[in-house]
Structure formats: structure tokens, C-alpha cells
Design a protein around this ligand. Structure first.
Ligand SMILES: [Zn+2]
Length: 103
């Protein structure tokens, strides 16, 4: 199932992120959270996704509390890809990051 608010895919009747029950089956154009990476790795992933012609959208994740905890150099970036490209993008990310990909 898919939650439009959080852009995540999951199993079950409730979004695991926001707890919403306003969920539906994913459609090909739905943006889905692929992964979240540090700034450094996000540049690499951007390049590779572009090379594979996978459309994606990024969003910086920078809470003030997080910045204090990990420092500004470790700003994290979330990657979203259309559901239709999610499987391929997941494979690419897995190849790129290996074990680190597991969340
Ligand atoms: Zn949600």
C-alpha cells in the first residue's frame, strides 16, 4: 500500500510513518521513498540514477536537532522515485551501497 503524505510503500492497513489509514494501492507515477543518504553519498547516487535515466526527486532532511547531533557535513538527503522505477532504482542503490542500503 502507499501513503501519499509520507510517500512510502508498506504492507498493512496503516502507514507506519504517520499512522494514517488514508492509503491506497500505488500507481506507476507515485513517488516512493527510495533511500536516505548523507550529502556525500547523495551526490554519487544522483549521478548514477541520472546515468540510468531514472527520474527522481530529492529532499534535504535537516532538522535543527539532527544538525546538532551529527554536524552540518552529514546533512541527509531523501531520494524519491516513481513507483514504476522503484525496483530498478532499488537494485542500483543496493549495488552502489551494498549492505549499507538496509534501513
Ligand atoms: Zn504516512
Amino acid at each position: 500500500m502507499y501513503c501519499e503524505e509520507c510517500r512510502v510503500l508498506f504492507e498493512g492497513a496503516r502507514c507506519p510513518v504517520c499512522g494514517s489509514r488514508r492509503i491506497r494501492e500505488p500507481e506507476p507515477d507515485d513517488l516512493c521513498l527510495l533511500t536516505e543518504k548523507e550529502q556525500l553519498w547523495s551526490d554519487v547516487l544522483r549521478d548514477v540514477l541520472t546515468q540510468h535515466e531514472i527520474p527522481f526527486l530529492t529532499e534535504g532532511v535537516m532538522g535543527a536537532g539532527l544538525a546538532l547531533r551529527v554536524g552540518p557535513m552529514l546533512e541527509r538527503v531523501r531520494f524519491y522515485v516513481p513507483y514504476s522505477h522503484l525496483e530498478r532504482a532499488g537494485e542500483i542503490a543496493a549495488e552502489l551501497f551494498g549492505e549499507e542500503q538496509k534501513q
